[in-house]
Ligand binder design. Structure first.
Ligand code: NAD
Length: 372
């Protein structure tokens, strides 16, 4: 997948533009996004200049409606190199101590929080209090209680909260959702979501309970949870789950290595999912109804997403997911455009409630009912 990703990212700007142009037509039919005839652009500052932030920043170069204009980091040398690379003025640079002052900066509209999971709650609330819209990476928080507090803080501050669910704008994913809504698969009976890779460095924050809030489930199992919901098109009403741990040294107490979980939906569909930090080549969704099926593999990577249904290959355009995500988020934040699949704090909270229930089911060995 990395090779394909690298290849895609090396494509010239002209090809990316071509893809975006074809997506514009596609996007308008599925997801009416306003034109920016008035030249209005979402001015974004990124908080946390790590691996994923770098990917987002690079993808944003091709955005037409969102622009990277600021950074928040604890490392002065990183700020300096980002300033040079992305032409960021010093007046739009902050650190973790002083970023509340963004309140007085009229040149930043939104802050994209891309830090380790445990920091999201406090950082999002501080951004909200500073009066800026917030985009927060997944998982939105460590648990549903934190998620609710973040939603409340944003509501109180009258700012919008979005979660970085890039696949909600991915054309092939949206095509499966369109087909399901059109009844092409008939009554949905089953979903399978498998998300896993072997986590390398044992010292990374993702394997530190205090910073990650858990293990594979928080990081990638969430894709199977979120995917089950947007593929089946319903909210689950129960959860059961089982954990397997083969390496308790690497995956310490509270850091899950592998969890299998099942979700039950009100229409009778069931989902069977696998989340693992110790199994490679797991990136697959399968949706089955009484009239047909969809199979996506890869289903959640950076692309290209590949899929087929009982009617044939899914051939929607391949795009740079974060470019489209940021352009569409600009439309949501500036123009109140409505995405096909929700991307707001309430959407993030639904996943957190299921994560809480999965951990509870692992602990108790019992089925957990979900209240919405
Ligand atoms: P990373 O380790 O590459 O970057 C994290 C950044 O946060 C670093 O720049 C680090 O310096 C900074 N940071 C600030 N305070 C820190 C602290 N107390 N401890 C450690 N680092 C601190 O991680 P990443 O892969 O960029 O992940 C960041 C977030 O983005 C996570 O929430 C992750 O789940 C999410 N993410 C989302 C996607 C996606 O596809 N949507 C992909 C990767 C990561």
């Amino acid at each position: 997948m990395d090779t394909r990703r690298d290849f895609l990212q090396k494509l010239g700007a002209s090809i990316i533009l071509m893809q975006l142009n074809s997506l514009k037509t596609f996007g308008q039919s599925l997801n009416p996004v306003p034109h920016y005839d008035d030249g209005k652009v979402l001015r974004v500052a990124i908080m946390g200049l790590g691996g994923y932030a770098t990917r987002v920043a690079e993808a944003m170069k091709a955005c037409t409606r969102a622009k990277l204009v600021g950074v928040i980091s604890g490392t002065p040398s990183k700020i300096e190199s980002w300033q040079t690379k992305y032409e960021i003025p010093t007046s739009n640079c902050y650190n973790y101590e002083n970023f509340d002052a963004v309140r007085n900066n009229p040149n930043i509209d939104a802050i994209y929080v891309i830090t380790p999971n445990a920091l999201h709650h406090d950082q999002v609330i501080r951004v909200a209090k500073a009066g800026k819209h917030v985009i927060c990476e997944k998982p939105m928080a460590l648990n549903a209680k934190e998620g609710q507090e973040m939603i409340d803080a944003c509501r109180k501050a009258n700012v919008k909260l979005l979660v970085g669910y890039r696949l909600h704008f991915e054309p092939r994913t949206l095509e499966v959702i369109r087909m399901r809504n059109a009844g092409d698969f008939g009554k949905i009976k089953f979903f399978q979501g498998q998300c896993g890779f072997v986590a390398g460095d044992p010292n990374q924050w993702r394997l530190n309970k205090a910073l990650a809030g858990g293990g594979a489930l928080m990081d990638i199992g969430i894709y199977a949870i979120n995917g089950a919901r947007y593929m089946v098109g319903e909210e689950p009403i129960w959860v059961s789950a089982q954990e397997t741990k083969t390496d308790p040294i690497k995956f310490k107490e509270g850091v899950d290595e592998t969890i299998q979980f099942q979700l039950g939906f009100p229409g009778g569909a069931v989902a069977s999912c696998l989340s693992s930090y110790n199994i490679n080549h797991l990136d697959r969704f399968f949706l089955s109804g009484d009239k047909g099926f969809a199979e996506m593999q890869p289903s959640t990577g950076y692309g290209p997403i590949k899929g087929r249904t009982h009617l044939g290959e899914i051939s929607q355009p391949i795009i740079t997911q974060q470019t489209v995500q940021m352009d569409q988020m600009a439309a949501i934040l500036l123009e109140d455009s409505k995405p096909v699949v929700p991307i707001d704090g309430a959407e993030g909270l639904r996943d957190l409630k299921i994560i809480d229930a999965i951990y509870q089911a692992v602990k108790t060995g019992k089925k957990v009912l979900l209240n919405h």
